[in-house]
Each structure stands twice: as C-alpha cells, then as structure tokens.
Design a protein around this ligand. Structure first.
Ligand code: AMP
Length: 416
C-alpha cells in the first residue's frame, strides 16, 4: 500500500471548512491593510535560498528538499517565501512600478525536519512582505496583522515577543563581545552550540538544552549594543504597539533562524500547542533585496504556519464551522427515471442552486438518509403519481412541510 510521505498530510473534505475559514480571514485582514496577493513557483534555483536565507542556517544546512533536475540544475522546493518574493520583486522591477509594495501569500512550504506534532515536511504558511520603506510603523503593521488574524480565529493564549537585532555593524560588535564571554565557557556548551560559536553564534540563544540556557543567561545583551537608529526604531515599535493596545514582551534571546533579519524581529507564541509553540515569526530585513542583486530596498515581513495555528484553535476550541449544506436532494422514486432525474438536477444547477441525487440505485429510505447527511434544505420526490402531470412533492427539510409543486416552479420555490 502506498502511503503519503512521512511529514506530509492529506487535508480531507471534513477539515476543508476550517481551512477555508482561516484562509478567508487571512484574505480579509490583508485586504483591510491593502496587501496584494502574490504567488510564486513551488521550486526555485537552490542558490536563491542559499544566498537569501544564509548557508549557516538550519534551513539551508540541513532541511531543504534539494535535487538535480534532468538538465542538472540544482532545484529546491521552497522552504520559506521571503526569498522567492524578493526574487520576484527584483525580476519584475516591482519597486519601479510602485515605491512601496505590500504583498501577501498563502502557500505550501517544504523542509526536511524531523516530523512531530506541529512540525511537518510539507506545511502551509501565510505571510506578508512590505518592500520599500524602513518605517517602524510597517513592523508594527506586520505584528498587528498577524495578531489580528490569530485573535480573529478566537485564539486567546497568545504572547507576542519582540526584539531588535540591530544593523550588521552593531551585531558584529556584539558578537565579538559574546565570543569573549563564551571563551572560557565553551566546555559547558552542547556539541551543537559549540559548533555555532564559529558558524552562527546568535543561534546559541535558540538552544533548548538546559546547560546552554544556563550559560546564555549571563551573556551580554544585543539590545545593549544597538546603534542609535535601531534603538530609536525599536522605541517607536514599542510605543506604537502600546498605543494600538497590543501587549508584548521583550525577549532578548529572540534571534530567529534566518540570517537576513535586521532591527525588529518578533514571534507570536501559543501556550496551547506544546513544544512547537511559535505560530508566527518575522521581522525587518533591510539588506536582503540588495544581497539578492536588487537596488537597496528596505523590507519587513512575517510568516505563520496554518497547521500549527489549527492545532492551537483545536486545543482552545476557538471556532466552529457549520457543515456546508446543499439546497436540494432529488429523491428518485423509480430507477427507470434516473436519467430524467439527472436532467432535472442539471437544469436546476444551472441556476446556481446546489443539487444532489442518487447515482448508485439506493432505496428511497437510503436516499433520504443521504439528503439528511448533506443537510439538504429541500427534498424533491421525483416520480410516482405526480410525474405524469409534471409535478412533484417538495419537502422543506427544516420545517417538515410538504407540498405538491409544478416542476416549472421549482427554482422559485427553492429560492424563497
Ligand atoms: P519560520 O519561517 O521558520 O520563521 O516559521 C514561521 C512559522 O511557520 C512558524 O512559526 C510555524 O508556525 C510555521 N512552521 C515553520 N516550520 C514548520 C514545520 N516544519 N511544520 C509546520 N509549521 C512550520
């Protein structure tokens, strides 16, 4: 038996209602903030992600689905969207057409991580990118939209964490200090953290290993090494969040996994999803466009994982979707009338009325069971005595009322 690949999931019809509910809210909130949807290919040249995300990151180092296609080009299934959006932004000169581009997406992503609850190999992210302004108000806008969507789904146990990573110069000064601090403590660190000292020292803050956490508690803080502009912008982010009545915490260890972040970074955490608690993360990336070959253009954005959000919604019982219903079920009373039933169904469907009928020769009782299963608003009993006079019994399934109607009238009757 061939099964779905480990870490991938089928989304079956009975969960589609929830997905649509989430997707509709995402589109609504982005529309309110005037973000335009963008769709990019599922795969890209590997070098885009290697350059855009950073060779030393976990994503590029160990998680990408990379393969050579038949023409020996190295291809990667997209592990995140920012690099792709920036590539499209540069390729289509979007910055020349509009000075500030506000874009959003909903798309599958692929990372070869160890699957566990809330961690998949194919998962779905939505997110936004604003390219063309260094205003900290846009950082706040990202946090507000993400928070708006999560709270709009009824989630309550949410914590917003923010930090600033400063500019590369201030970060460099800081990493020197951090290296000095860790100099005589290296032996206390885990193997992975030891490796990170030379590769990606800030990521040691991400370690979940107790000894590492203990060592890092005493480390100097990046916030104390910020350049004036980053400090100023961070103050503006905080005051604008406060005046928007959005509560937040400052988390000095929030370094995020990707190399391209500058200044503000943030995450929204749920207390209801277990170990994989980050529902969403993002921040400013003022150097990425240039790094990928475009004109220097500041940018900011975020990405959120839909599967993880749905786990949080489930655990908080935060929303319910009503089962979709159909307008009409035509109960075919005589098997010889099946083709005629189909003709009738077709003519009604052309009026944008949803109609179901029996295709497998069920008994009348079984057809009624189907009508109930699909929450049909009306059932029409097609055949029998009334058939010759072009009439049928129509039953209102909510009230139980039944009447004989002329078939020409059926659309009016169902539409009332
Ligand atoms: P990142 O792009 O790593 O900052 O992730 C942003 C969000 O995407 C996370 O907060 C998660 O909600 C989601 N996410 C990231 N990786 C995975 C994964 N392997 N499986 C499911 N969701 C993920």
């Amino acid at each position: 038996m061939i099964k779905a690949i480990k870490g991938t999931k089928d989304i079956l019809p009975d969960s589609i209602g929830k997905w649509k509910h989430v997707e509709n809210l995402i589109s609504l909130i982005f529309k309110n903030y005037n973000y335009k949807e963008i769709r990019t290919p599922v795969f890209e040249e590997t070098s885009l992600f290697a350059r855009g995300i950073g060779e030393a990151t976990d994503i590029v180092g160990k998680e990408m689905y990379t393969f050579e296609d038949r023409s020996k080009t190295s291809i990667t299934l997209k592990p995140e969207m920012t690099a792709s959006v920036v590539r499209a932004f540069i390729e289509h000169s979007l910055g020349k057409k509009q000075s500030l581009n506000k874009l959003y997406y909903i798309s599958p992503m692929f990372r070869q991580e160890r699957p566990q609850a809330g961690r998949l190999r194919e998962f779905h992210q939505f997110g936004a990118e604003a390219l063309g302004s260094s205003s900290p108000l846009l950082d706040v806008e990202m946090i507000s939209m993400a928070y708006g969507i999560l709270s709009g789904l009824g989630l309550k146990d949410l914590t917003i964490k923010i930090n600033s990573l400063g500019t590369p110069e201030s970060r460099k000064k800081y990493t020197q200090e951090l290296r000095k601090y860790l100099n005589d403590k290296e032996h206390l660190l885990s193997g992975e953290s030891k490796e990170r000292i030379s590769k990606n020292i800030l990521r040691i803050f991400d370690s979940k290993i107790e000894n590492d956490i203990e060592v890092m508690k005493g480390a100097p803080l990046l916030l104390d090494y910020l350049d004036n502009e980053s400090k100023d912008d961070f103050e503006k982010v905080k005051s604008s969040l406060t005046s928007s009545k959005i509560s937040f915490e400052i988390d000095t260890s929030l370094v995020r996994g990707l190399d391209y972040y500058t200044k503000t970074t943030f995450e929204i955490i749920s207390g209801k999803v277990g170990a994989q608690s980050a529902l969403c993360g993002g921040g400013r990336y003022d150097l990425l466009v240039e790094q990928l070959g475009g004109e220097p253009t500041p940018g900011t954005g975020f990405a959120a994982g839909i599967e993880r959000i749905l786990i949080a919604c489930e655990n908080e019982n935060s929303f319910e979707v009503t089962e979709p219903s159909i307008n009409l079920y035509i109960v075919c009373l005589e098997k010889t009338l099946m083709a005629k039933t189909y003709e009738l169904a077709q003519s009604i469907r052309r009026n944008n009325i949803s109609v179901e009928m029996d295709y497998i020769g069920r008994s009348i009782k079984a057809q009624m069971r189907e009508a109930n299963k699909f929450n049909a608003k009306f059932a029409l009993f097609f055949g029998g005595e009334e058939y010759q006079s072009h009439k049928s019994q129509l039953k209102n399934m909510e009230t139980g009322e039944q009447e004989i109607i002329s078939l020409e009238n059926i659309i009016n009757k169902i539409n009332v």
